[in-house]
Design a protein around this ligand. Sequence first.
Ligand code: AMP
Length: 222
Amino acid sequence: MKKPMHIIFLGAPGAGKGTQAQMLVEKYGIPQLSTGNMLREAIAQGTEIGKQAEILMNRGDLVSDDVVLKIIEDRIKKSDCENGFILDGFPRTVVQAQGLDKMFEKNKLELSHVFCLNVDDDVVVDRQAGRLFAPKSGRVYHARNNPPKVAGKCDVTGEELVKRDDDNEEVLRYRLNVYREQTAPVTTYYAKQGMVQEFDGGQNMNTVFNALVAAIDASAAA
Ligand code: AMP
């Protein structure tokens, strides 16, 4: 039996984490665990967590570590995670990374890859203008770089694509600062463990994807 694969994606908002995670899901058949999508679902369902998260998310602040750690802890116990999973947008603080370490230890899981997508702020700002989101499937598209097959509709569910509530330049610039202050130290945390593999996230999405697949396949062959 193949060893389960546990992948972490690091990188600023708009670096392409969601897009690449989505592509890896299709290739390797393991789920994408996006804390952002899970929180947006909680908002749509009107849960207590959703109500608290909505205000923070709309202004670009992070949701509390306790809340996201609990969401992830519950999610990784589900049966579709048995062969592995791809974390997208988590961990976003060092406290979350430490919490994840404990969860891995408790559940006897091993981290396979930490991929960091590097991208300049102006690329992120440029990409943001075309970003589209499918609320039900959680899939992300881009009007120019990754258009849906039918304009304005999700390839999988056919639902109407929308702009996310936190997707405007002002909130994005704020989120980039939050990233630098609270999330960039997570890269240092994993770099100290020699785990980080860095990629130029400013490249075309297929070029980035091929590099990620090469990294995964190289470690599987080792
Ligand atoms: P994303 O969909 O990953 O861009 O996340 C959208 C928003 O959800 C973020 O700006 C945060 O407000 C919240 N969020 C998502 N993941 C986390 C996390 N791991 N820790 C704290 N807040 C998060």
